[in-house]
Design a protein around this ligand. Structure first.
Ligand code: ASP
Length: 349
């Protein structure tokens, strides 16, 4: 189908809460989420878009710091139920956990070949200097965008914020104050937003199985934890964390190219954890770059203990990928294998 013969774009907006839809409480002056219709009424310009816009809102919109895998499943279900009827999806979401949600959804929505654009704002949409209005309108335009052959321009979960479109599972919230609140430290932008929207076509995800039906994986296993290393971390603390009952996966946040303390007790604790069938994934604390397990002796010893390299995964993508793979009921060996492979563009190969 050529671009000009296409019908009006049909976009579904999913409102979960976040600052974009918040209002100040007149007594406490704290921001709290309000109803979706208030949000829509605040953007009369939406009527200028020649789109058919449907909407769904969480029964109780939330501050995204209250986000849970149950909420991710709710968003995924709305997308699955409406997948055939809409061209694209715009999810309005708080910024605090947006990078977790965008990473989680990228794994949950297997074979996604339509745009799922997540956005929000730093200032509520009702405020004079809000960034919410522009973010919302640009997100809708991206969700409706087609290439010259009439195909969806974006076929993945992405975050639109201020001047950039980022891959969802490569994004991190980098600022609590700046309008450009997100960044992808290990992957280029999918689009730059200026006077126009300029897509970085080489960077856009093109699925492994074009035409394959959407398959949604709802189950996320929360028996995971982060262990963030620092010089002086105590043996008792490490052993206590690794002995957490029911734990199945650990994201180990290491120094530099994947290094940690060189004390024998540390390697011993990690080795015993791996032997128990717990998956330990090594990611770097650096904002940019990758784990190189064989560059230094200490990283190599971790690898010899059975720790798997998370390469250049963000910390949000590492934990949600682990939750996703464990949630699919895979064995520890299968999880280890998939952690090293790119499922939907989350790792540089
Ligand atoms: N606390 C808010 C939230 O994540 C922050 C925001 O939306 O920017 O819901």
């Amino acid at each position: 189908m050529s671009k000009s013969s296409l019908p009006r774009p049909r976009i579904l907006m999913v409102y979960t809460g976040g600052t974009i839809g918040m209002q100040e409480n007149p007594v406490t002056h704290a921001l709290a989420p309000v109803d979706f219709h208030h949000l829509i009424d605040s953007v009369p310009k939406l009527k200028m878009l020649d789109f058919e816009i449907g909407s769904f809102q969480f029964e109780r919109p939330i501050d995204s710091s209250a986000m849970t895998p149950g909420h991710w499943a709710e968003i995924a279900k709305v997308i699955e139920d409406n997948y055939e009827s809409y061209d694209g999806f715009v999810v309005l979401h708080g910024t605090d956990t947006m990078a977790y949600t965008s990473s989680a959804l990228s794994f949950m929505l297997e074979n996604l070949d339509k745009p799922v654009i997540i956005t929000g704002s730093q200032l509520p949409i009702g405020e004079v200097r809000t960034d919410g209005e522009e973010n919302l309108i640009t997100a809708l335009q991206i969700a409706a965008a087609r290439d010259a052959s009439g195909q969806h321009m974006v076929r993945e979960v992405a975050i639109l914020f201020e001047n950039y479109l980022w891959r969802g599972n490569r994004s991190t919230k980098r600022s609590a104050d700046n309008f450009n609140a997100f960044k992808s430290n290990n992957y280029p932008e999918l689009a730059k937003i200026g006077l126009g929207i300029t897509y970085n076509r080489e960077a856009l995800w093109r699925g492994r199985n074009p035409g394959a039906p959407l398959k949604v994986h709802y189950n996320m296993d929360c028996n995971v934890l982060y262990m963030d290393l620092f010089p002086g971390i105590k043996e008792e603390v490490v052993k206590h964390m690794l002995a957490t009952p029911g734990i199945k996966g650990v994201v180990l946040k290491t120094f530099g190219a994947g290094n940690g303390p060189t004390d024998p007790w540390f390697f011993e604790a990690i080795r015993k954890t791996v032997e128990k069938g717990i998956v330990v994934v090594n990611i770097t604390q650096c904002t940019n770059g990758s784990v190189h397990p064989f560059r230094y002796q200490t990283g190599m010893e971790l690898a010899q203990c059975g720790v798997v390299s998370g390469h250049d995964l963000t910390s949000e993508a590492a934990i949600t990928k682990l939750m996703h793979l464990l949630g699919r009921g895979m064995s520890a060996d299968e999880v280890k294998n998939y952690m090293e492979l790119s499922l939907c563009g989350e790792i540089s190969s």
